[in-house]
Design a protein around this ligand. Structure first.
Ligand code: GDP
Length: 481
């Protein structure tokens, strides 16, 4: 990966840097984002800004146009394809990500109100940025609120500053120096961006107004410059997928959807994806599962074409004039599918069990083994293979029948003493009581990863808390990670 990244960095094959905006409430974070968005919507360029879910993509052409006043000779090469700005500064899941020190963001913009200086959430944000080692710039916003400010819409900062009166310049300098002092108290070296001689050690400060757009070209230019100079390798395109989930939503007609930030690689339609859920990995599978391939048509006529199309596509169609009937039909459909899946997987549903042989009840030592047993944990069912985990998983055979007082049982429960017949398992050589195993061995039903999957997926309602606890313990015995 490093080699590929280095090569692509040299060839300037870069991805868009991911930028997030943070700072105290009311400093103008949303307004700055709005300004970047709106100005481009107004100019109506082709291939303009695309507002995506939770993020805004600003194409490089837009950055070029907006920064023309600064880069008239085109001296600075702009190599990134654009900027991906996270829209939702206060987004809860995003602040979660930030506090976990996520490396999702390549660069942050910390917004400070020039008239208020550092506020509690500014200091909080600085702590998060330091903790996550995220590079950032400061937007010193609301310069238009300086007394006597004359606005020059969308002009770059140094040019508009030159046009201000002496008094405005003095007030700006005072307030700016005061804030630089406050930043120093937080352990940060900072200075105005055009005076910054060492961008790696000193934080650049860009004065802006989100109302008039002054300084916004400087901010955009600086962000591109910094990302290109400081993180070319990090931004180099490599074909390894990296996605971060921002939000999980249930959308009408679509089901469960996730909003993700795709920060590296390519995601193609039809790709199967795996995300980590609270109960383990979740794998996308969605359109061939017949369970939810249904249409509930309530009090509407369904024409013949639609009915035929449903048949063709394997979609089950329910029609009813009474909503409760529709509900009952659908519930019955779900129950039938569940029962069918259970039936299909019944031969693999090996419920967990731990038992020992009663030495005084050994009726037949081999082929088939017939012994009396005490069920110590779980339950024993017919058809299940049993083995001795402490002897390298030695398989004794499959439980062929269970009896109590000459009566056949399908299942024996914890606490019961029963007689069982164990038949040979597959092509395994028959085992003999007293030779490979005896009454001192702890015998368990066989556990595999597949067994656990089947029990989880189709037999959860039949499993007790004790059963799951036994499975957890057996996983260690059977070396299942
Ligand atoms: P956020 O909470 O940081 O997202 O702040 P907002 O973007 O919602 O802005 C808070 C208030 O400050 C709003 O009333 C904005 O109109 C105002 N505001 C934001 N930026 C500027 C600015 O550059 N100049 C002036 N005068 N007001 C601003």
């Amino acid at each position: 990966r490093n080699e590929e990244a280095r090569k692509n960095a040299l060839a300037n094959e870069l991805r868009s840097p991911i930028i997030c905006v943070l700072g105290h409430v009311d400093t103008g974070k949303t307004k700055i984002l709005d300004h970047i968005r709106k100005s481009n919507v107004q100019t109506g360029e082709a291939g303009g800004i695309t507002q995506q879910i939770g993020a805004t993509f600003v194409p490089i052409q837009t950055v070029k146009d907006r920064t023309e006043c600064l880069n008239q000779k085109g001296k600075l090469e702009l190599n990134v394809p654009g900027l991906l700005i996270i829209d939702t500064p206060g987004h809860e899941s995003f602040s979660n990500l930030r506090s976990r020190g996520s490396s999702l963001c390549d660069l942050s913009i910390l917004v400070i109100d020039l008239m208020h200086g550092l506020e509690p959430q500014t200091i909080e944000s600085i702590k998060l940025l330091k903790k996550g080692k995220t590079p950032f710039v400061v937007a010193l916003n609301k310069i238009d609120r300086l007394y006597g400010w004359v606005a020059h819409d969308n002009l770059n900062f140094t040019a508009t500053m030159k046009k201000q009166t002496e008094n405005v310049k003095i007030e700006f300098k005072d307030r700016c120096n005061q804030i630089l002092g406050q930043l120093a108290e937080q352990g940060l070296n900072a200075c105005l961006y055009h005076e910054n001689k060492d961008i790696r050690k000193t934080v650049s400060v860009v004065p802006t107004s989100a109302h008039t757009g002054e300084g916004i070209p400087d901010l955009m230019m600086l962000v591109v410059q910094l990302t290109q100079r400081m993180m070319a390798e990090r931004l180099a395109f490599v074909d390894i997928l990296q996605c971060t989930v921002l939000e999980v939503k249930v959308l009408l007609g679509l089901g469960t959807t996730i909003d993700v930030i795709l920060s590296q690689g390519k995601l193609r339609e039809g790709d199967q994806i795996v995300v980590s859920g609270l109960d383990g990995p979740i794998t996308s599978q969605l359109q061939h599962d017949p369970t939810y391939a249904v249409i509930l048509a309530f009090d509407v006529k369904v024409d013949k074409d639609a009915q035929d199309m449903c048949k063709e596509m394997g979609v089950t169609l329910f029609t009813a004039d009474i909503i409760y009937h529709l509900f009952d039909n659908f519930t019955a459909h779900l129950a039938a599918i569940k029962a069918k899946k259970k039936e299909e997987n019944a031969h693999l549903a090996w419920f967990p069990c731990h038992f020992v042989i009663k030495p005084e009840f050994v009726i037949n030592k081999r082929d088939p083994i017939i012994v009396g047993v005490d069920i110590l944990e779980g339950r024993l069912t017919v058809g299940v293979p049993v083995c001795v985990p402490s002897k390298d998983g030695l398989i004794l055979g499959t439980v062929q029948s269970i009896e109590i007082n000459n009566k056949e049982l399908h299942e024996a429960k914890v606490g019961q003493s029963v007689a069982i017949k164990i038949a040979n398992f597959g092509s395994e050589a028959p085992k003999m009581y007293g030779r490979q195993f005896d009454s001192t061995d702890a015998i368990y039903t066989r556990l595999t990863r597949k067994t656990i999957e089947v029990l989880k997926e189709h037999f959860r309602d039949e499993m007790t808390k004790q059963d799951w606890r036994l499975i957890v313990r057996m996983k260690t015995l059977f070396n299942i990670m």
